[in-house]
Design a binder for this molecule. Sequence first.
Ligand code: IMP
Ligand code: MG
Length: 182
Amino acid sequence: MLKQTEARQILHNSEVLFTADQVQAALRKLASSICAELSDQHPLVLSVMGGAVVFTGQLLPLLDFPLDFDYVHVSRYGNNKQGGEMRWKVAPHENVRGRVVLVVDDILDEGETLNAIRNRVMELGAVKFCSAIFADKKNGLNKPIRADFVGLEVPDRFVFGYGMDVHGAWRNLPAIYAMKEE
Ligand code: IMP
Ligand code: MG
């Protein structure tokens, strides 16, 4: 955990990539695409804790059709910025069977997290898997999975805010930030 002085220092050395208004505009656009595609599918929405908490909390009230809600909790990064081993804290379970599942997550980086969730969800008998990812990182990688609904494209930098953390801090920021490059 960061000390509050360290967290404030990180914010001080960072820049805004997308303002809160830009984030909200992207959210509304993404929500209307989801409404257009999934209105009659009665999806089970699975939010990926903890990064998707802000995105999910703002997305759900913009969806104007019947849905069910549940969450999974997986972390790959721990407190490290490097991609690491996948740890399931709450794995997908039987309630996905026979459902159209919409997974909601904050960011698609290497795509390993979303791919692992898709594999579990399909093994458990979901009829269809789709995903809404707020930020797609343009890292030039050949990702194992594409998101069906994307809010914003972010550059290949470590970003935070709007649910995404830097060493555990600043998930609560309404805009998207990145550390200034030296
Ligand atoms: P992936 O498996 O590499 O796609 O990693 C996706 C997960 O890593 C996301 O759910 C985020 O929690 C985390 N992550 C990846 N890149 C960033 C970043 O730039 N900032 C904060 N979290 C990130
Ligand atoms: Mg995450």
